[in-house]
Write a protein that binds this ligand. Structure first.
Ligand code: OSB
Ligand code: MG
Length: 374
């Protein structure tokens, strides 16, 4: 038994540029990790890094490097044992990778590729493995910062018409109150939230309190990721619930943020926390603490999306996620497209993540392919 890894680099144009407080992108550079066993069965994981370290310290070329130089070689003893036992157990993979610090997105991609392979060998779906409680999930959509209020209204209008159950506006200083006022006046009832991606500071508390009049579900990550106290402080001035994204990197940081009063809702992204096993543990903690969670997104292709949807089907995911349909991002996805139905996506039921890349799309979108045999 041996496992070979293939690192696929792809570029896929976005249907429209996606601008946030940390930068803009019009092409998604995607890394897919493929783990292939002796029988030729492949498991897949998507690395959700951006091309530059704007959202977090990780970035795509660095992630590929750390996988090649450190993460995959670290798994070698486990894969050798696998000569007798097959694809290593998910918990052992996680434990082996944990000797390396940081790099959760790269770890998640490697761990998920091996988890997908392990599940396919057992004919078990990721949803069943994680404990999915439903077969469809409610979907929201994340709206980037456009050039004008007029463009914003057109874009939001399209998403409302398509049936999205909740709208999230990206905000930053200078693009917040006017945008909220415009959207709220047109859609007074639609579930609405904002995401600042760390663009404000503690001194903006009074300004953020002005968001309260727009009846938002939450304000996502207003302050820098390491400023837990700042989030606690603004929570005493702002009535809208604060939801952390970038600050939540592990079960321990989730528990700290909750106990510290820095967050009352959590956005769970498997890539940000180092994989689906950690994501499930954070979900379980939040259920225990009565903290609602929702599934974030990183402009995934169908590979990462399929796995996110299985996670979003767990019982504690009580708010619509950033789990939008393929056509919100891409004219053509690398897998069969995920299509919105009544504001929901169906949880894949096939073995593993339940989807595979379409071979011709993988070739057409590819910029580099690297085979790593350990
Ligand atoms: O902060 O949630 C975020 C996209 C890239 C990086 C960070 C974020 C986002 C999104 C889009 O908001 C979520 C999605 O639709 O995939
Ligand atoms: Mg966010």
């Amino acid at each position: 038994m041996s496992i070979a890894f293939v690192i696929h680099s792809l570029e896929i144009p976005l249907v429209r540029p996606f601008r946030t407080s940390f930068g803009s992108q019009s092409i998604r550079d995607v890394v897919l990790v493929e783990a292939v066993n002796d029988s030729g069965v492949s498991g897949w994981g998507e690395c959700v890094t951006m091309a530059w370290p704007g959202y977090s310290a990780e970035y795509t070329r660095g992630a590929i490097n750390v996988m090649r130089e450190f993460l995959l070689p670290t798994l070698l003893p486990l894969l050798d044992q696998g000569e007798r036992g097959g694809t290593p157990e998910p918990d052992s993979v996680r434990a082996a990778l944990s000797v390396m610090q940081g790099n959760p997105m790269a770890k998640s991609a490697v761990e998920t590729a091996l988890l997908d392979l392990w599940l396919r060998e057992r004919n078990l779906s990721l949803g069943e493995f994680l404990g999915a409680a439903r077969d469809r999930v409610d979907c929201g959509v994340s709206v980037g910062i456009p050039d004008s209020i007029e463009d914003l209204m057109t874009e939001v209008g399209q998403y409302v018409d398509q049936g999205y159950l909740r709208i999230k506006l990206k905000v930053e200083p200078g693009w917040d109150l006017d945008a909220l006022r415009a959207v709220r006046s047109q859609w007074p009832e639609i579930p609405l939230q904002v995401d600042a991606n760390q663009a404000y500071r503690r001194s903006d508390a009074e300004h953020l309190a002005k968001f309260d009049e727009f009846n938002l579900l939450l304000i996502e990550q207003p302050l820098p990721e390491d400023d837990l106290l700042g989030h606690t402080l603004i929570s005493s001035v702002v009535s809208t619930p604060i939801c952390l994204d970038e600050s939540i990197l592990s079960v321990e940081s989730a528990e700290s943020a909750i106990e510290f009063g820095a967050t009352t809702i959590i956005n769970i992204k498997p890539g940000r926390v180092g994989g689906f096993l950690a994501a499930r543990e954070i979900h379980n903690l939040c259920v225990e603490k009565s903290i609602p969670v929702w599934c974030g997104g990183m402009l995934e292709t169908g590979i990462g999306r399929a796995a996110n949807i299985a996670l979003a089907a767990l019982p504690g995911f009580t708010l619509p996620g950033d789990t939008s349909a393929s056509n919100r991002y891409y004219k053509e996805d690398v897998t069969e497209p995920f299509v919105l139905d009544n504001g929901q996506l169906r949880v894949p039921t096939g073995p593993g993540i339940g989807v595979v890349p379409i071979a011709s799309n993988l070739v057409g979108m590819s910029t580099a392919t690297e085979l790593i045999e350990l």
